[in-house]
Design a protein around this ligand. Structure first.
Ligand SMILES: Nc1ncnc2c1ncn2[C@@H]1O[C@H](COP(=O)(O)OP(=O)(O)OP(=O)(O)O)[C@@H](O)[C@H]1O
Ligand SMILES: [Mg+2]
Length: 258
């Protein structure tokens, strides 16, 4: 479905990603992890064709996104849903206008039809449409905003690929659980391939079939969970240690409180 092959990319003359190769199969979920600034969001930007690699190729369904004309890029983006790092809703538009944005701007559908689809989609992401449709994003909690952003991504496109950039960062445990359940539901019901950038290893474990660790612009790990935990690669160990320590800490606390 998606393939990065020997991709180099940088801004001006600073190389950010170096010889990146990986594949994502149909209906597979991949977690991309790594230190801040390692180039995770950049990978999603490349996949959307917002940037092109200096070397190597990125293909979606066998088509090289950087060789496409703008019109073809727009077509393929219709099959890709992106949930940005900060949710990125339009502040001055209501929830309903945000979710329906793409249909309002780019389709010939009647208002009533758009309104019905917006209602349905807000329900799909587990929110009460009647309650929130006329509210501004500021009036919602962070977790609700994130779900509205997912609803917008789903209604803009009929996605074969979903990209989530840190979908649960800054959310409380309950909202985190809701977002993860929604991502799982999408995977099951819509058969989408997904790429999730995350710092939360627990989230990655609950969603992903495969784990990629980026470090220093290179792929330090690409594979299943058992291999990740057993990896002796220094970059992987450095990245995982704080999580393992905090997991151990939680276990110790459980023991001492028993
Ligand atoms: N538009 C840009 N122009 C120049 N440099 C950029 C631009 N966008 C990102 N960078 C740089 O590219 C590097 C990778 O950025 P990226 O946003 O992909 O990191 P990230 O892994 O997503 O980090 P974080 O976990 O903090 O979100 C960073 O050093 C960043 O400063
Ligand atoms: Mg990022």
């Amino acid at each position: 479905m998606i393939e990065f092959k020997n991709v180099d990319f940088g801004y001006s003359d600073r190389l950010i990603l170096c010889d990146i190769s990986f594949k994502v199969a149909k209906n597979e979920s991949v977690a991309i992890m790594g230190p801040s600034g390692s180039g995770k969001s950049t990978i999603l930007r490349l996949l959307l064709g917002l940037e092109c690699p200096h070397r190597g190729t990125i293909t979606i369904d066998g088509m090289n996104i950087c060789q496409m004309k703008e019109r073809e890029k727009r077509e393929i983006r219709k099959t890709m849903g992106m949930v940005f790092q900060n949710g990125a809703l339009f502040d001055s538009l209501t929830v309903g206008e945000n979710v329906g944005y793409y249909l309002i701007e780019h389709s010939d559908l009647e208002y009533a039809e758009i309104s019905a689809r917006v209602h349905e989609m807000i329900g799909f992401v587990g929110l009460n449409a009647d309650e929130i449709i006329d509210k501004l994003p500021d009036e919602l909690s962070g977790g609700m905003q994130r779900r509205v952003a997912i609803a917008r991504a789903l209604l803009s496109t009929n996605p074969k690929v979903m990209m989530y950039d840190e979908p649960t960062t800054g959310l409380d445990p309950e909202s985190t659980k809701n977002i993860l359940q929604l991502m799982q539901k999408l995977k099951k019901e819509r058969e989408v391939s997904s790429l999730m950038v995350t710092h939360q290893i627990a989230d990655a474990v609950s969603i992903a079939d495969k784990f990629i660790v980026i470090s220093g612009g290179e792929i330090a790990y690409d594979g299943k969970l058992d291999g990740l935990i057993r990896s002796k690669d220094e970059r992987v160990v450095t990245f995982l240690t704080p999580f393992i320590e905090s997991l151990a800490e939680v276990n110790r606390e459980q023991f001492t409180s028993d």
